[in-house]
Design a protein around this ligand. Structure first.
Ligand code: PLP
Length: 441
């Protein structure tokens, strides 16, 4: 399977030409928190696919719900019609989202949800007669997707260096990771410094030119970076003061990863203007994303005039089969009490994670809910992160040999297992990590 694949299939973020045997998995099936490869090896899926498979693999009721919708109505144009699953899912998502976010635009995934959020801001400001208020403030290391606009607000240097992105429209804030704060600085002082970064940037650029601030509640692909206490609340306050839309990118954090439907309000105590989500909305069984918009933004988009065209959307927006999958996925999360389960199991997960910091090669073991990251020890806390570039890959190899997949990210590795993971399986996962670290040390 891998031979054919290598000849004809270009993967996301592929190291073209340098792919080697053993570097890629060929999965044949999944069951619970496990995936199986061609050789019949069973592996714990540490990253839940790509931060997605909340309810675990092999759920027959998902297959039944998907099949039933395919037979009933596999597709309908989202331009000229709606369908029962699309209407029901929009109502459900609006009810789960923070109180004043009641309008849902469905997209094909996370990148298109972010695109839609940013275009909403542009459209709103054009409608309000302030076409200059369009600059987007994003953050170094943030990841928001791979369409042109979503990639333009992504703050990963390596990825940006390969293309010509929309730099005119975007400004980046420095890393907020408390791990890299100067020796001796308290977390509160670090928070002050990071909020000051935003305040200064707004003053430098001029608030009349800034349309949106986009942030992940926990910055995930950049290395599970948890902002200092109070950061989101204070940055939201700054945005409100300057009439800048606050876009919370919850593509990873929504649908249970932190033990709540949405992390913005329930974990970080903020009500953003727009929330973007995807992945966990269907547990990855089918592709779907959503951009959830506040009543105030909707009012400002339409104004007194009720016949306003918003030319944005996709052939597969609100795809009825994907919406049916999302409804069944949400029903399973509710019925099986998975949010409560995550809240109950997270302390054990985080305690085992933190214990890994005792290794001489681990500098920081951080996480929240069922999100975790191990970062290699860096020599003097502010040296560039390329010091131990291969740590992620070495840990990945050592874990794989013991039956666990992790996601290597240069000198880090991250994991976010299915939400169904049991206490015994958490122990199994961290026993493997402990062994793997000892091998790599
Ligand atoms: N936003 C965040 C925070 C993400 O982590 C991702 C993907 O990992 C995206 C957006 C892009 O989502 P997609 O790959 O579904 O387009």
């Amino acid at each position: 399977m891998l031979d054919v694949d290598q000849k004809h299939h270009l993967h996301p973020w592929e190291h073209m030409g340098s792919w080697k045997e053993g570097e890629r998995y060929a999965f044949t099936r999944g069951d619970g928190i496990y995936v199986y490869d061609g050789a019949g090896r069973r592996l714990i899926d540490g990253p839940a696919g790509m931060w997605a498979v909340q309810i675990g693999y092999g759920r027959k009721e998902m297959a039944d719900a998907i099949a039933a919708q395919v037979m009933e109505l596999p597709y309908a144009s989202p331009w000229s019609s709606t369908t029962a699953p699309a209407a029901a899912l929009a109502e459900k998502v609006a009810a789960m989202a923070p109180e004043n976010l009641n309008t849902v635009m469905f997209t094909t995934g996370g990148s298109t949800a972010v695109d839609t959020a940013l275009r909403t801001m542009q459209f709103m400001n054009n409608r309000l007669g302030r076409p200059g208020k369009k600059i987007i403030i994003a953050r170094e290391k943030g990841y928001h997707g791979s369409t042109y606009l979503a990639a333009s607000v992504t703050g990963k240097e390596r990825d940006k260096s390969c293309f010509d992105f929309e730099d005119r429209l975007v400004r980046f804030l420095p890393d907020v990771n408390p791990y890299i704060r100067p020796e001796g600085m308290s977390e509160a002082a670090w928070c002050d410094a990071k909020v000051d970064d935003l305040e200064r940037l707004i003053a430098d650029v001029g608030p009349e030119y800034i349309g949106a601030f986009i942030a992940e509640p926990v910055l995930c692909s950049g290395g599970v970076i948890i902002p200092p206490e109070g950061y989101h609340r204070r940055t939201l306050e700054l945005c409100r003061r300057h009439d800048i839309l606050y876009i919370s990118d919850e593509v990873v954090t929504a649908f249970g990863r932190l033990g709540h439907w949405f992390a913005s309000e329930e974990v970080f105590g903020i009500e953003p203007d727009i929330i973007t989500c995807a992945k966990g909305i269907t547990s990855g069984y089918l592709p779907l994303g959503a951009c959830i918009i506040s009543d105030r933004v909707m009012e400002r988009m339409t104004g007194a005039d009720h016949d306003v065209l918003f030319p944005n959307g996709y052939t597969y927006s609100a795809h009825p089969v994907c919406c049916a999958a999302a409804l069944k996925n949400i029903e399973i999360i509710e019925r099986d009490g998975l949010l409560e389960h995550v809240r109950a199991i997270a302390p054990q997960f985080q305690e085992r994670l933190t214990a890994l910091e005792s290794s001489p090669i681990i500098g920081d073991a951080r996480g929240m809910g069922l999100l975790g990251c191990l970062e290699g020890l860096i020599d003097g806390r502010n040296t560039p992160l390329d010091v131990q570039r291969t740590l992620g890959a070495r840990l990945d190899e050592a874990c794989e040999a013991r039956g666990l997949i992790v996601r290597p990210l240069i000198n880090m590795c991250v994991f976010s297992p299915p939400l169904t993971i049991s206490p015994e399986q958490v122990d199994q996962m961290f026993d493997i990590l402990t062994d793997a670290i000892s091998e790599v040390e």
